[in-house]
Design a protein around this ligand. Structure first.
Ligand code: 5GP
Ligand code: MN
Length: 342
């Protein structure tokens, strides 16, 4: 169906590790998104079918906006249950890392995974994978970890074992990491996989609606306020910025995930080629960036915000005030001028 792209030796190593493991832990990154949760749940669903005892451990609690994904309630949050999570790591015979390239992407769980005795398998689509895992399946050219996981299943000969629930999880990640197939979505294989998932019975229209079209009133108002009052356009640099302070977030009863997608909005303005959304947090200031074309916001985030990601979608953290984070962003505006097309 799909031509294999993952080395057979890695696939066979994974097959062996799974067959000899009884207790399996699956981990994914901080503030897990649809791809992080979708891939973790899909792998968990598959391994459970084989009679394995599987736990998904996330560094923090998944955003309420993603709880439409069935199964998210079963996920163990390290922030909430550190001792239980540690016990699961101690008992594990195999640990998976999905949708992150490096242990620092899992926050406080970093040392726990590095110290875990069990063999580790990384399945991810970010650049520069760390070398701590025993098996590394890293394909930055693939638009989502869910799509990559489907390919792993395919090469393991497990496509017939994908049921409607697992297919739904895989579709969630494929869809959310491509903005419903509106960017990073030119790979013809994507549509072959979608066809296969539809044959498994997924309701793609309903998944879309739940993921993108269900919003609380306060959430809509917060996003409206941010666009109307807090969006700054740097016309000469073809850039835009939105900032939100803790006080503003609290006024609109903010929960994690409520500003998902906001960073993309200024890209709809003709002439704007990249955007930063800077959100004040209690521990640090969070930066999200998006761009079109060849504007490498991942490099920008690495240079200025200790972060990274994909060329058109990246993020980072800033330890300082919101004002200083904005100054840091403005300091870098000149650097991206050379990539602007218009
Ligand atoms: P988002 O803006 O949706 O939070 O993140 C978009 C992408 O940026 C993520 O898929 C991830 O690849 C990357 N990213 C976000 N935050 C960070 C961060 O703090 N560090 C690194 N290295 N990458 C990040
Ligand atoms: Mn992803």
């Amino acid at each position: 169906m799909l031509s294999p792209i993952i080395e057979t030796s890695k696939i066979e190593k994974i097959r062996d590790l799974i067959s000899s493991a009884e207790n399996i832990v699956i981990t994914t990154h901080t503030s897990p998104d649809g791809d992080a949760l979708g891939s973790s749940l899909a792998l968990s669903g598959m391994l459970t079918q084989f009679g394995k005892r599987v736990h998904i451990i996330t560094p923090d609690i998944p955003a309420a906006t993603l709880r439409f994904i069935p199964g998210t309630k079963e996920i163990v949050s390290y922030a909430k249950y550190p001792e239980f999570a540690q016990k699961l790591f101690d008992e594990a015979n195999l640990v998976f890392g999905l949708d992150y390239n490096d242990a620092h992407r899992i926050g406080d769980m970093e040392q726990v995974i590095l110290n875990a005795k069990a063999p580790k398998v990384l399945i991810d689509h970010h650049t520069n994978p760390a070398d701590f895992p025993d098996v590394i399946i890293s394909h930055p050219e693939i638009s989502s970890t869910c799509m990559l996981l489907f390919r792993v299943f395919c090469q393991l000969g497990w496509v017939t074992k994908i049921d409607k629930t697992i297919a739904t999880y895989i579709y969630v990640g494929m869809m959310t990491d491509t903005g419903n197939f509106s960017y990073n979505s030119l790979d013809p294989a994507l549509y072959i996989v979608i066809a296969e998932l539809l044959k498994k019975g997924i309701n793609k229209d309903e998944i879309y609606r739940k993921a993108f079209n269900v919003k609380k009133e306060s959430q809509l108002r917060l996003n409206g306020y941010a666009i109307d009052q807090k969006m700054v356009i740097y016309k000469e640099h073809h850039a835009a910025l939105i900032t939100l302070t803790i006080a503003e977030l609290e006024k609109y009863d903010y929960n994690n995930g409520d500003t998902e997608g906001l960073v993309n909005v200024p890209l709809s303005i003709p002439g704007v080629e990249y955007v930063a959304f800077i959100r004040e947090g209690k521990e640090y200031v969070k930066i999200s960036m998006r761009s079109v074309g060849d504007v490498p916001v991942n490099e920008f985030c690495t240079r200025h915000f200790n972060g990274g990601g994909h060329i058109n979608a990246s993020g980072g953290e800033f330890y300082g005030t919101l004002e200083d984070a904005v100054k840091e962003f403005e300091k870098g505006l000149n650097e991206l001028d050379k990539y602007i097309k218009q």
